[in-house]
Design a protein around this ligand. Structure first.
Ligand code: NAP
Ligand code: HSE
Length: 440
């Protein structure tokens, strides 16, 4: 059997400690599958005294991940600390400078400087693997980077944040509050260290930026994403969506248009009978539409220790099986130096259906005025309903819900501005885009 692959793991939290446990439990099977043992020779975290539920006594400890990357006796540096800057950034660069292979689950880091890191890895002939960075355990990086080679991708979209999907599902099914669901997602190890990254959509944006690069061969453009999180989605929206035959999901969507690539992250209504609408809890789903294959939909666990460690383990095993001097798959699908510049399609030209929920004063003529504002902007309505229920019935306000046929973002914004200029609104309008899967 070949020499052991020596790995150093920086970060022993939810993902890192699961990985250490699994590497211990599966050591014999992994050695057989990979043709060589995988041995953890170094670890790093902030607090050496913390109990991580795994035995680290025989492994060299580093207080500093950067020191570990610079000096440990390792072949692979596994970064599981998180954060786009600081220790994660410095240690990954240090490891790549030494020509070490790197495995990371850190989408924030890749979204900020993935192209630079890919150039470093390619210059050194090192592997930079990051399957766990997008959609947890779903092998979507491998699918886009390797399996779909030769396909022209037209759209990639999906549920890419387990925390948000968990929150939306429990709010809908159990009527729990947003705050209670978030707390539970944190307890289960799904949320980011700063959960605003989850709920405000930044985490999905980081993941989408990586998928866009793999799908369209463009440079990573994480700052060019239209972004809305789920923090202002209410139980009322979820119920109204259900009444109209939709469910609300936080989607990341990237698609090729005539004017550039549209990247957006926002709460989205998906038809209730679509597969993606049935994806609940921490589960993620990524759909890829391409010309040769058609539509591919991958569904699986999107966050948590085991799901993420499974993807990290796959990346480590790929390195263990690789042979020195062998041709490497480019880190970002195409050689980093040849990625095309990113051209952003303007959000104003986005086309699709919309759900609009208006809380209005209970006055004569309001319903007609809303319909007129829509017509003035060339917007055709699929449905418009008016309701007064519960406490609203007594408070003198009522709800108008509109679902439009396909129109443009620009038209919707103009119509909503016109409605806002009236005197009958009793709350901020809620606008949610509708996305329709093709095949599923
Ligand atoms: P976590 O539970 O917060 O663990 C982070 C670990 O990194 C801790 O062990 C911490 O040390 C260590 N650490 C933080 N800053 C450090 C520093 N400056 N130097 C050395 N060690 C440092 O995070 P996680 O959930 O495991 O996530 C790790 C990475 O995986 C992140 O990039 C995250 O986005 C990504 N990811 C997570 C999931 C998930 O479901 N959790 C899924 C996919 C990807 P102490 O323990 O001593 O504090
Ligand atoms: N916080 C992330 C999520 C972890 O909830 O999806 C997985 O990337």
């Amino acid at each position: 059997m070949a020499d052991a692959l020596k790995i150093g793991i920086a970060g022993l939290g939810t993902v890192g400690s699961s990985l250490v446990r699994i590497l211990g439990e599966r050591a014999n099977e992994l050695a057989r599958t990979c043709g060589r043992p995988i041995t953890i020779t170094a670890v790093s975290a902030r607090d050496k005294s913390r109990d991580r539920g795994v035995d680290l006594s025989a492994i060299q400890w580093f207080d500093s991940a950067v020191d570990m990357a610079n000096s440990a006796d390792i072949d692979v540096f596994v970064e599981l600390m998180g954060g786009a800057e600081g220790a994660a950034d410095q240690s990954v660069r240090a490891a790549l400078s030494r020509g070490l292979h790197v495995v990371t689950a850190n989408k924030a880091l890749l979204a900020r400087c993935g192209v630079e890191l890919a150039v470093m890895a390619e210059d050194k002939g090192a592997l930079l693997n990051y399957e766990a960075a997008v959609a947890g355990g779903i092998p979507v990086i491998k699918a886009l980077r390797e399996s779909l080679t030769g396909n022209t991708v037209s759209r990639v979209y999906g549920i890419m944040n387990g925390t948000c999907n968990y929150i939306l599902t429990r709010m809908e099914k159990e009527g729990l509050s947003f705050e209670a669901c978030l707390k539970e997602a944190q307890r289960l190890g799904y949320a980011e260290a700063d959960p605003t990254f989850d709920i405000e959509g930044n985490d999905t944006a980081h993941k989408l930026a990586i998928l866009t690069t793999l799908a369209f061969g463009t440079q990573i453009a994480a700052d060019e994403i239209y972004l809305e999180g789920i923090s202002n989605i209410s139980i009322e929206d979820i119920q109204a969506a259900a009444d109209l035959g939709y469910r609300i999901k936080l989607l990341g969507v990237a698609l090729r248009t005539d004017t550039g690539i549209e990247q957006r992250v926002h709460p989205t209504m998906v038809p209730h009978d679509s597969v993606i609408a049935q994806v609940d809890g921490v589960t993620n789903a990524v759909a890829i539409e391409s010309d040769i294959l058609g539509e591919l939909l991958m569904v699986g666990p999107g966050a948590g220790g085991n799901a993420t460690a499974s993807a990290v383990l796959g990346d480590i095993a790929d390195i263990a099986k690789s042979r020195p001097g062998a041709q490497r798959v480019p880190v970002l699908g195409n050689p980093a130096a040849s990625l095309a510049p990113y051209t952003r399609a303007q959000m104003q030209s986005h086309e699709g259906g919309y759900f609009i929920r208006l809380t209005v004063l209970d006055r004569a003529g309001v319903f007609a005025d809303v319909a007129t504002r829509m017509a003035d902007n060339g917007i055709s309505l699929e449905s418009i309903v008016q309701r007064a229920k519960g406490s609203e019935a007594d408070s003198g306000s009522k709800t108008i819900i509109l679902v439009t046929h396909a129109t443009t973002e620009q038209s919707i914004r103009k119509a909503v501005d016109a409605i806002k200029s009236g005197t009958y609104l009793a709350g901020e309008p809620q606008v949610i885009r509708i996305e329709r899967p093709k095949a599923f």
